[in-house]
Design a binder for this molecule. Structure first.
Ligand code: BES
Ligand code: MN
Ligand code: MN
Length: 453
């Protein structure tokens, strides 16, 4: 990378931050219908921004959900073509009272940018856009062909994007996909993520009596949906922390000894991990290390539970219904559709006939292993080494980006997950942040990446 680009990045660093702030101010919450116009406004903001940095081939595609932004800057058909993916939608900010500053009024404190979307994914995506801007501003062109696909529905499972990719396979043809929507292994340790977990998501509602009852008059003789829901949830695990659903582990790929050894060499301390969580102790499936539990083993976790009387004081009620949301993180080679069937069969077995229940299936995603080889991985390695001063480590991630499996299957090209965030960024939580160092080094990393490839 030329010193001219370095100088451009230096000279414009303050403006980059101001622009990121404008991006972060738009409450593009994909799951809330009240924010529909904000989500549209955010797509339009990106469109205008890309136009401003001289990307002329730009399209906004309306979908049944939120708009998809597609852009390309093609320089030479003999050079590689890289597809940059990111998402401009964010998670809801609630609970608002736990934020130290309002979620959509970004501010820097202590060297960190605080805002919803700061790290997931606006800040990480924007780092790439600024690196591309620098190349265009300094050289009037890019070192390779670049396509960009930026969606507004990642946080709701990418329902519109997946079919769109299938329909636009030719348009999206490329040599590799690059994504920065994950984390580095630890502060100062640059990383390439080569695997992600998948997801299957459920919502169950149990119905007991047709209306709330006096628990003195009826309690003990009428099914209580909360009690039953609790026993249903308890049936999901055995005493060893294993998931007690028949067939659940059938397709789980065992961890290779090479991976086990590699992970054992990574600097890791259970107590530091524990401190990040604020919990009193760790627990999980017997026989696996913490890294194995979060990277290579499937889970079933309740995400929410609703039912009965939750106001102040005591009310002796036998509730009519109870509800829980729960989800499974999946690992290769589990298939979300098969897992859905197994969970439904388990529910049919454990729910007593005295209650009626309904299950809603939400959008999930397949687990992936993206691999450690190829031109894009090599370029990412060099770019990360140059900007962080040490070789990246290869890691897997416990989170999910459903569209990665679609890139692998439909475009049949490798995806490189070059996470620029940190594990303590509090993504999806109050006080989400992105370290200024990660933002600026991320821009450098991206600028090197385009040159290296
Ligand atoms: N960027 C995250 C995924 C992520 C974070 C992967 C950190 C690896 C490390 C993404 O925006 C996300 O939150 N995905 C959802 C899945 C979706 C279907 C709601 C998730 O993992 O819960
Ligand atoms: Mn994300
Ligand atoms: Mn997210």
């Amino acid at each position: 990378m030329s010193t001219k680009i370095e100088a451009y990045l230096e000279e414009n660093s303050e403006r980059f931050l101001e622009e990121l702030f404008s991006f972060l101010r738009i409450p593009s919450i994909s799951t809330n219908s009240e924010n529909k116009s904000d989500v549209n406004r955010c797509a339009q903001w990106l469109f205008d921004h890309l136009k401003g940095i001289a990307i002329s081939e730009l399209e906004i595609h309306e979908t049944a959900g939120h708009p998809i932004l597609y852009a390309e800057y093609l320089v030479d058909e003999n050079k590689p073509t890289i597809l940059l993916y990111g998402h401009y939608d964010v998670q809801p900010p609630e609970p608002l009272e736990l934020w130290d500053s309002p979620p959509f009024e970004p501010e820097v404190r202590d060297g960190k940018i605080f805002a919803r979307g700061a790290t997931d994914d606006k800040g990480q995506l924007f780092a790439h856009l600024k690196a591309i801007e620098a190349h265009l501003a300094v050289n009037g062109t890019l070192p390779v062909n670049v396509k960009m696909l930026i969606e507004g529905e990642e946080e709701v499972g990418s329902p519109s994007l997946e079919p769109w990719i299938v329909d636009n396979k030719e348009k999206l043809s490329c040599d590799a996909v690059i994504i920065s929507d994950s984390s580095m292994y630890a502060p100062g340790i640059p990383s390439i993520m080569y695997g992600l977990r998948g997801l299957a998501y459920f919502e169950i509602e149990l119905h007991g009596p047709s209306h709330d009852l006096h628990s003195g008059l009826y309690g003990g003789a009428v099914p209580n949906p909360i009690n039953i829901l609790a026993s249903v949830i308890a049936s999901f695990h055995d005493s060893e922390g294993r998931i007690a659903i028949e067939g659940f582990y059938d397709n789980v790929r065992e961890l290779s000894t090479a991976e086990q050894d590699e992970w054992a060499r990574l600097p890791f301390a259970d107590d530091a991990f524990l401190r990040e969580t604020g919990a009193k102790g760790l627990e999980g499936e017997t026989g696996f290390s913490t890294l194995e539990r979060v990277w290579a083993r499937p889970t079933l976790d309740c995400n929410g539970i609703i039912g009965g009387f939750t106001g102040d004081g005591a009310k002796t009620v036998l509730p009519a219904k109870a509800k829980a949301k729960f989800s499974c993180r999946l690992v290769p080679d589990q298939d979300p559709k098969i897992i859905e069937d197994l969970v439904l069969a388990h529910l049919a077995k454990v729910c007593p006939s005295s209650v009626r229940y309904e299950v809603e299936l939400h959008h999930g995603g397949k687990p992936v292993i993206t691999g450690k080889e190829g031109i894009a991985v090599d370029a990412a390695k060099k770019a990360l080494s140059k900007s962080w001063g040490s070789e990246p480590v290869f890691i897997r991630g416990g989170g999910s980006i459903p569209v990665v499996a679609t890139f692998c299957e439909v475009l049949e090209v490798p995806t490189v997950l070059m996470g620029l965030g940190l594990n303590d960024d509090r993504l999806h939580s109050p006080n989400e942040k992105f370290d200024l160092e990660n933002f600026y080094k991320g821009i450098h990393t991206s600028a090197y990446f385009w040159t290296e490839i």
